[in-house]
Design a protein around this ligand. Structure first.
Ligand code: ATP
Ligand code: MG
Length: 559
């Protein structure tokens, strides 16, 4: 199925029905981020769903910043959110809206509700309001201010707007039902006083609408037909509907779906912000972060993320998706697209004693065995090479088929070599191998038909470039990082080994022109992406993902 083809789920069933019954002619969705942090992979699910539905039904999707809370919102976040949505491959055209654009309209609607005796100014403190609200088993108690006259309410509300009251001294509340079994319907707060500047309306307002009050109306004003949100809002839907019905405005329909939870990861902006602010990570775009900017820097492609979102689908019950599923989506894509190269992460010197010191040759290497159209490249070979330190064992264990004293292996695209001597330093550490090569085995096969069991990657020491490599592990050790011991928070589950930095890797010279964002498969080592933040001439590679799914093992360990 192509990305734009409709995938059936319970939401498309609702839409199909609404279109068939004529309830709506064209569908309109929206993605409503609050600009109080960077977008994460959970938001990608919502973006793909909202923009995807609009696209497949030939409808529209708005980008609406839900900027009703002045204290936590910043323009930096607006900018990053827009960049990330574009990067993910979606376009809102000119339909960029802000909840704050509707502050005047929302105020007028609130006045209308007051006039209909459906809203009142309440002088209880927030603590008192909570106390009066009651619980699931205890009915609420009416506020003593509930019976104020329309005139009094209008006057007080205007004074609230003019800044004549202190923060926290008054709120505007809907007059719904203090006995409702749904706590959200027990006279919810619509406006609170916050004497804080807003990133767009600056100091024009000192009363700000709550989410419940603003969200449905913004949807209605924009003519959103299907307003998709996560399951936590299911209990808010009666209130969403109540406001729209009381005001007699266009009735958008709220539909809830399960949020994405990803194992070994946290998907909460508040907690991600905490990691950034407390320096647990380098920043929002740290390659270990589940943010879109982090995944981008790590080397994930937009198409792999879209594919992942398509694959996990939408459902009505919460679950945790394994991080391995996300990794598989980039692995499968890069297997088809990433050029193969050789890089030695932990170099061990090899000298080919029977290869002339001053000789070098160019060997032909295949760029991508999955796509032979990508051709070949030349890799220089000489008498001094590097191989991977763990491709040699002094005392080879069972099933170790790589290099050992007296053994013969194949060097990828080159020759068979045999290890004849092991050189050690004064501490007994192996520092060099003396090997001989068989000139008859050029290209990797012996004319006499003898076989070798191991094939190693390598680079020519004289030609190799230096590189730094960052190897990543999941940011959290626990599958669900929110499960903590008593008295500890989610940071106690951070993985102390989530990044390993290798300073002195050696990579083949064809990589000298690699640019930030370029992706490669280092043969036998995984997929890597050139980091976007270069510190010097030396290239830095982030490992996007290993070649094989290592999750089965990790999962077992953490059960
Ligand atoms: P967070 O919990 O990370 O702060 P949020 O819901 O407060 O997330 P918003 O900026 O309000 O963040 O979210 C914008 C949209 O993205 C909302 O419609 C929300 O339902 C959706 N969304 C947020 N997190 C997820 C998730 N994990 N899975 C699916 N959709 C999500
Ligand atoms: Mg939110």
């Amino acid at each position: 199925m192509s990305e734009t083809e409709k995938r059936k789920n319970f939401i498309t069933e609702i839409i199909d029905k609404d279109l068939a019954s004529g309830k709506c002619k064209k569908i309109q969705t929206r993605f409503p981020p609050e600009p109080n942090g960077y977008l994460h992979i959970g938001h990608a699910k919502s973006i793909c769903l909202n923009f995807g539905l609009a696209k497949s039904y030939n409808g529209l999707c708005n980008l609406r910043f839900d900027d009703t809370n002045p204290s936590k919102e910043e323009s930096e976040y607006v900018k990053s959110i827009k960049e990330d949505i574009k990067w993910l491959g979606f376009d809102w055209g000119r339909r960029e809206y802000y909840a704050s654009d509707y502050f005047d309209k929302l105020y007028t609607y609130a006045v209308e509700l007051i006039k209909k005796e459906k809203a009142y100014v309440c002088g209880l403190t927030l603590d008192q309001i909570r106390e009066f609200r009651g619980t699931l088993t205890k009915p609420g108690k009416d506020s003593p201010y509930r019976t104020r006259s329309v005139e009094q309410n209008l006057e007080l509300f205007e004074k609230m707007k003019k800044g004549e009251f202190l923060e926290g001294s008054k709120v505007l509340r809907a007059k719904t039902d203090m006995a409702s079994p749904n706590l959200n319907l027990r006279d919810p707060v619509m406006y609170r006083i916050l004497k804080q500047a807003h990133h767009r309306t600056t100091d024009r307002w000192c009363i700000y609408p709550t989410y419940d009050w603003a969200h449905g109306l913004c949807d209605s004003i924009e003519g959103i037909t299907h307003s998709l949100c996560t399951l936590e809002f299911e209990n808010h839907r009666p209130l969403y509907d109540w406001f729209l019905k009381e005001l007699g405005v266009f009735c958008s329909q709220q539909i809830e779906f399960a949020r994405l939870n990803l194992s070994h990861t946290i998907l909460s902006k508040r907690k991600l912000l905490y990691l950034v602010e407390e320096g647990y990570v380098e920043g929002w775009d740290d390659p270990r972060m589940p943010t879109l900017s982090g995944l981008k820097r790590r080397g994930y492609t937009p198409s792999s993320i879209r594919k992942f979102c398509d694959q996990i689908g939408v459902a009505k019950f919460n679950s945790i998706v394994e991080l391995g599923v996300l990794e598989n989506s980039i692995r499968n894509e890069l297997n088809k697209t990433a050029p193969r190269v050789m890089g030695v992460l932990n170099p061990l010197k090899v000298t080919i004693t029977n290869y002339p010191e001053d000789k070098q040759e160019e060997l032909e290497a295949v760029n991508n065995p999955e796509n032979l159209d990508e051709g070949t490249r030349k890799v220089p070979f000489s008498n001094r090479l590097y191989i991977e330190r763990d491709d040699f064992m002094e005392e080879p264990v069972k099933k170790f088929y790589r290099l050992a004293l007296g053994r013969e292996v194949r060097l990828r695209y080159a020759y068979f070599i045999r290890c004849n001597q092991v050189i050690k330093d004064s501490q007994g550490r192996v520092i060099e191998l003396k090997c001989s090569y068989d000139p008859e085995t050029k290209g990797g096969a012996a004319p006499d038909g003898r076989k070798v069991k191991g094939t190693l990657h390598w680079v020519s020491a004289k030609h190799a470039k230096d590189a730094s490599i960052r190897l990543y592990q999941p940011l959290f050790i626990k599958r669900n990082p929110n499960q903590t011991e008593a008295g500890k928070d989610f940071t106690s589950n951070l993985n102390p080994d989530s990044v390993k930095i290798i300073q002195d890797a050696k990579i083949e010279p064809s990589l000298k022109n690699a640019k930030p964002g370029d992706r490669f498969q280092f043969e036998r080592k995984g997929y890597f992406c050139v980091d976007s933040k270069l510190e010097s001439e030396k290239l830095i590679f982030n490992r996007i993902v290993s070649l094989r799914d290592t999750w089965a093992k990790i999962k077992k360990k953490n059960k």
